[in-house]
Design a binder for this molecule. Structure first.
Ligand code: SAM
Ligand code: SF4
Ligand code: SF4
Length: 340
């Protein structure tokens, strides 16, 4: 951190992580995120001119770093559909105070060459989303006929390029892919990759979320434990969202993210930047704060520091801990717009 101070919100939570959505577009149409009925050929994705430039994103990162942010996650939409992402990563890498740069991707476009260039640019970690290990289920989820092998190749390409600790995230939706919990656990047991299950969340308004679609973390753990006994492990750090489990037979670790059944708002230190330059202080927000006017001033970075600091210091978000049926139904921003 340079000259400014760590900012904390009204619930004493520091600002430490910034998730940057670099595009609202994606080559998948995951049924729980960008269902085809909504994101069809008539859907108006953002025109290129409305996206923040890499220079503008860098300015926001510099401002955020002055307020305590050290971790950056690149996300989307699908971040790999944004051209020249490597240039942005090299720019972010130069920002004083930023110690960790990661990316969440569906990995279908992660060729060996792309993985190498991202690594060279300074990307440190990759999280891959994969929701089943059999093609039939996976294609039903992604809805664009991409096969499991394409994603596994992406994971391999990341390893060959030198990425270690690549994590694999699986969103579990009852009736869609919950029969894949055990096959996925078996596949990644002993693989060197940490598989993390994520409870299906009521993000946005397109995925027709209902509590009955959620398989809780306790149910997920119970199903796996019956075949692959495991024990809980201490968190790596305060605020770690995944509850860690270790297989008793030495087959490595896995994790479960209980975003619905045991929320973790108390430690939430994440802000999100949309591709158009709005800041959201919660994944379930209805609206964001547009930083573009500030960015266009001659003293843009200082202005962003001021606005971000004010915004965070007034923050009270704890949506998941106070979720009600009314809140579930109110308008919320889509996850493909602000990033996971
Ligand atoms: N396209 C990239 C990917 O899929 O990894 C990055 C963006 S995606 C929005 C980030 C993560 O959010 C993915 O792991 C995805 O599975 C997860 N996600 C999307 N909608 C979700 C929902 N309703 N509940 C839980 N996780 C969700
Ligand atoms: Fe695309 Fe990721 Fe959403 Fe799937 S979860 S539709 S890959 S943005
Ligand atoms: Fe953070 Fe909002 Fe999620 Fe709570 S609901 S953990 S405040 S993003």
């Amino acid at each position: 951190m340079s000259d400014s101070a760590q900012v904390t919100d009204l619930l004493h939570r520091p600002l430490r992580d910034l998730r940057i959505s670099v595009t609202d577009r994606c080559n998948f149409r995951c049924v729980y995120c960008m269902p085809k009925e909504v994101f069809d050929k008539d859907y108006k994705f953002l025109p290129r001119a409305q996206l923040l430039t890499f220079e503008e994103i860098e300015q926001v990162v510099r401002a955020a770093a002055q307020l305590g942010v050290s971790k950056i996650r690149i996300t989307g939409g699908e971040p790999l559909v944004r051209r020249d992402l490597e240039a942005l990563i090299s720019q972010i890498r130069q920002v004083p105070g930023i110690t960790d740069i990661s990316m969440t991707t569906n990995a279908s476009l992660l060729t060996a060459e792309r993985a190498r260039s991202l690594r060279e640019a300074g990307l440190q970690r990759i999280t891959v989303s994969l929701d089943a290990i059999d093609d039939e289920t996976f294609k039903r989820v992604n809805d664009v006929d991409v096969s499991v092998q394409d994603v596994l190749d992406g994971i391999d390409n990341a390893a060959k390029a030198g990425f270690v600790d690549t994590k694999v995230n699986m969103v579990v939706k009852k009736g869609l892919n919950d029969h894949s919990i055990l096959p996925m656990a078996r596949y990644f047991h002993n693989s060197g990759h940490i598989l993390r299950f994520i409870e299906f969340m009521d993000v946005g308004n397109s995925n027709a979320w209902d509590l009955s679609h959620v398989v809780t973390s306790a149910q997920i753990a119970e199903r796996i434990n019956a075949e692959l006994p495991m024990e809980p492990v201490e968190a790596n750090y305060r605020g770690e969202v995944a509850k860690r489990w270790r297989f008793n037979d030495g087959g490595g670790e896995m994790g479960i993210i209980s975003s619905v059944s045991a929320p973790f708002c108390g430690d939430c230190s994440r802000a999100r930047l949309s591709a158009t330059g709005s800041i959201y202080t919660c994944l379930f927000a209805s609206s964001g704060h547009d930083l573009r006017p500030a960015l266009r001033e001659s003293d843009g970075q200082d202005r962003v520091v001021q606005e971000l600091s004010k915004l965070w210091s007034l923050r009270t978000d704890q949506y998941s801990e106070t979720r009600t049926q009314v809140a579930v139904l109110r308008p919320k921003v889509e996850m493909s717009f602000i990033g996971g």
